[in-house]
Design a protein. Structure first.
Length: 221
């Protein structure tokens, strides 16, 4: 059983290797301010970042402030969000979040995890994406890739690496990932998950951190 201290050492080694492997990695969503990133992150749920980036320019050209989104006709938002999937639910989430911003935060996105994650339609993952990227506040973003790789790399309890346990995985990672490297960790692990440690048939022979990984089902090529 690996101790927390040993996991801390191992995660630092993993970070060093992945930072060299993916030196230019950044948030895959296009945005120019915190509000745009907030909306784009909501739209990215169960949708590819590439699709969101295709649709976001026309969305942000029409709606530029939280009040704009809050007062928009719901059917207009649904039409603009349609190609991003679950568009009705996303229209409600964006509108409710932006209404709260307009009414309680002067239309500004708060740079506070507790305040931000309690906004209607916003969870910790979305809040951490905004904080880590738009505000530069180190944050661990537990998306589907970070969730999966946290289990494979033995950085979180195996029984916690299901979507419903994302908050528990975040807490476990916060114990071992250096605070200043939270955003970097999320980006490089996410990059590894998208390119090499994929959900099915991970490319273990190509993995730069294979020697640091305890995953028992490694592929051999």
């Amino acid at each position: 059983m690996e101790s927390v201290a040993d996991r801390k050492k191992r995660v630092r080694k993993i970070l060093r290797v992945l930072a060299k492997t993916f030196p230019d990695v950044k948030c895959p969503l296009n945005y120019s301010n915190p509000l745009e990133l907030l909306v784009a992150t909501i739209l990215s749920a169960q949708c590819t970042d590439a699709r969101v980036n295709m649709e976001s320019p026309k969305i942000f050209a029409k709606y530029q402030t939280a009040r704009d989104f809050a007062e928009a006709p719901r059917e207009d938002l649904e039409r603009l969000f349609k190609s991003c999937g679950t568009f009705r639910r996303k229209a409600i989430a964006v509108q409710e979040a932006c209404r709260a911003l307009a009414e309680h935060h002067n239309g500004e996105v708060p740079a506070d995890i507790e305040v931000l994650s309690k906004l209607p339609g916003i969870g910790r993952k979305t809040a951490n994406v905004v904080l880590g990227n738009a505000f530069g506040i180190p944050s661990i973003m537990v998306d589907t890739h970070v969730l999966r790789l946290s289990g494979r790399l033995g950085l979180a309890s195996a029984h916690n690496v299901e979507k419903k346990y994302a908050a528990k995985v975040e807490r476990e990672l916060l114990e071992i990932v250096p605070k200043k490297d939270g955003t970097l960790f999320s980006h490089v692990v996410g990059a590894l998950g998208r390119t090499i440690c994929v959900a099915r048939k991970p490319k273990c022979p190509e993995c730069p951190v294979a020697v640091l990984c305890p995953y028992p089902e490694k592929t051999e090529g």
